[in-house]
Design a protein around this ligand. Structure first.
Ligand code: B4P
Length: 191
C-alpha cells in the first residue's frame, strides 16, 4: 500500500489535484472537506453540528474527522493506497493517522505540499464562490480566517512530516495540468 498526503492552504488546489491523482494512480481519494459537506447536504446530526463551524472558516473538532477517516480506511481495506486530501489538519490528526496506518502495517510515503501565493489563494476561492455556493468561500474575511487557521494549526503538521523526511514542496502556481505533472513525477517515485 502507498499513501500520499496532498497538503497546502485553502485554495491551493488540494481537491482539484487529488481527484486526478487518485484516478491516474488507482488510489482511493479521501477528502474530509467533501465528507463534511456531504453530511451538511444530507442534513444529518453531524452536518448540523459542523455547519456553522465550517461557515466561519474554523476547523471541525479532531474527534469527528478522525472517526470519519478511520471508518473510510476500514471500509476500503482492498485499496492499493490512499490520497488524503485536507487531512490531517492538526498535529493530533497526524498522529492519529500514523497510528491507524501502523495498525494496518502501512505508513504515509510522501507529503506533497502545494505552494501558492496568498493573493492567488484568495482569488481562486472568491471565484469558486461564484459557482459553488460554499458559505466558506463567500467573503474575503472568512477566506482570510481560513488561511490564518492554516498558518496557526495546520502548517505545524508540515513540520511534523518534514522531520520524518517525507516533505516534498511542489510549485502550485500556474496551469492545473502543469501542476498535475509536477505532482505525478513525485508520486511515480513510489509506484
Ligand atoms: P476543504 O474541503 O479541505 O477545502 P479547501 O481547503 O478550501 O481546499 P479545496 O481542496 O477544496 O480547494 P482547492 O484548493 O482544490 O476544507 C473546507 C473546510 O472543511 C475547512 O475550512 C474546515 O472547516 C473543514 N475541514 C476539512 N477537513 C478538516 C479536517 N481534517 N479537520 C478539521 N476541519 C476540516 O481549489 C480551490 C479553487 O481553486 C477551486 O475552485 C479550483 O478550481 C481552483 N483552482 C485549483 N487549482 C487552480 C489553478 N492551478 N489555477 C486556477 N484555479 C485553480
Amino acid at each position: 500500500m502507498v499513501n500520499f498526503l496532498v497538503f497546502g492552504p485553502p485554495g491551493s488546489g488540494k481537491g482539484t489535484q487529488s481527484v486526478q491523482l487518485a484516478e491516474r494512480f488507482n488510489l482511493v481519494h479521501l477528502s474530509t472537506g467533501d465528507m463534511l459537506r456531504d453530511e451538511i447536504g444530507a442534513a444529518t446530526d453531524l452536518g448540523e453540528r459542523v455547519k456553522s463551524i465550517m461557515a466561519a472558516g474554523e476547523l471541525v473538532p479532531d474527534d469527528i474527522v478522525i472517526a470519519m477517516i478511520a471508518s473510510r480506511i476500514d471500509s476500503r481495506g482492498d485499496a492499493a493506497g490512499f490520497i488524503f486530501d485536507g487531512f490531517p489538519r492538526t498535529c493530533d490528526q497526524a498522529m492519529a493517522l500514523d497510528r491507524m496506518l501502523a495498525d494496518r502495517s502501512a505508513l504515509i510515503n510522501l507529503m506533497l505540499v502545494l505552494e501558492v501565493e496568498h493573493e492567488e489563494l484568495v482569488r481562486r476561492l472568491l471565484s469558486r464562490a461564484e459557482v459553488s455556493g460554499r458559505a466558506d468561500d463567500a467573503n474575503r474575511e472568512v477566506i482570510e480566517r481560513r488561511i490564518e487557521v492554516y498558518m496557526e494549526k495546520t502548517e505545524p503538521v508540515a513540520q511534523y512530516y518534514r522531520k520524518l523526511k517525507k516533505y516534498r514542496a511542489i510549485n502550485g502556481m500556474g496551469d492545473i495540468s502543469d501542476i498535475f505533472e509536477r505532482l505525478s513525477v513525485a508520486v511515480k517515485e513510489f509506484i
